[in-house]
Design a protein around this ligand. Sequence first.
Ligand SMILES: [Zn+2]
Length: 432
Amino acid sequence: MGILIRDVRLLDSAENERTDIYITGDHISGIGREPRGFSADEVIDGSGKTLMPGLINCHTHAYMSLMRNYADDLPFHEWLFGRITPVEDALTPEEAYWGNMLSVIEMIRTGTTTFVDMQMFPKMSVRACADSGMRAVITRGLVGSDRNDEGGRARIAQALEEMEYGREIGANVDFALGPHAIYTCGEDFLRYVGELAAEKDLSLNIHLAETEYEYNTCLSEHGCTPVEYLSGLGFFDRRILLAHCVFLSDGDYSLLRNPNVHVVTNPASNMKLANGFAPVARMLKEGVNVALGTDSAASNNSLNMFTEMRLLTMAQKGAAKDALVLTADETVRIATENGAEAIGRDDLGSIGVGKTADLILIDENCPNLRPVYNMKAACAYSATGYEVSDVLIGGKLVMRNRNLTTIDEEKVYFETGRIAEKYRPGRAVPGK
Ligand SMILES: [Zn+2]
């Protein structure tokens, strides 16, 4: 299968500089020069379009789109434990599947080609990826008190079974282990998950230092910061994604400056749940890899990486009172290359011969992008996400001229509407 994207602008190029991109199978086989033996099954007219790497959303809970605008304007603990958790506990796996599909639609339409998910309905996000062609790193959220906790062990067993399932159905999916947080996992349980990650050679994905309450509780219970606590458990000896890191001590930065450690900042979620602003500019300055995530549509309330980029850079500039603190260039890099580095995929997040063809086309003929002086600035400051016209994942067109090619959108809206009726706010949460 060969795809030719003709006469397209690359994100770094000047306005009049255009080139041709050749895609063979799942990768880019030529830029500006036709590779030997290439034949195009499909030709895309790239005039009036800009090509950029697909965005990498490094922190989501995709099934939670079912709870978009379900519980807002509440303090963090009341929101999570009072309103969200009861619905999560009542959802069926099939309902979670439709929530995942809704998320995948939104992500593809707004230019995301990979997401890192923490979920609690095994196989459902894998199935959504297999059905849609979406790429993901899936982690089953793990909670438990200690290594003998039956519930904790059952969740770990589900996580391992799901990995087998992912391999069987051949989805574009990698797996990691996802202990939920230091306040939902006991120390012995965390140690056990860490040992298992080492034994199975798996990466880790965890929420860390999200709230002031978590930070202060860790100080009083363990006598150290959340970052010091996890580091002390040996969690930084292998690849780990730390979602949030809003609350850090001066001493934490040197622990985060570790090639295994990748911080995922979620500015919308942190602002909406009134947790504050992660010190992203300082982390970057201190040499920490920072990637970007939206968190769930229950706390954002979208999965749109373009609006997330805008919010990230604006919030950093505003909080620091320094317009240079996070440039458009750095912001786009955080949403692409840094995300690829976080998940250990240097074939993603940038455009080059031999790289995997996870690519998006942006329609320049949108009033909010014109005149086109600087497309990177347009992406970071002006785009809404819905300027994306075409999306390729692994060389496969999953959106062509704004039409999804792998998903029956109407069916997804029908099913999620039906589920929403069941859980409508104000009604008692039904049992399973
Ligand atoms: Zn989260």
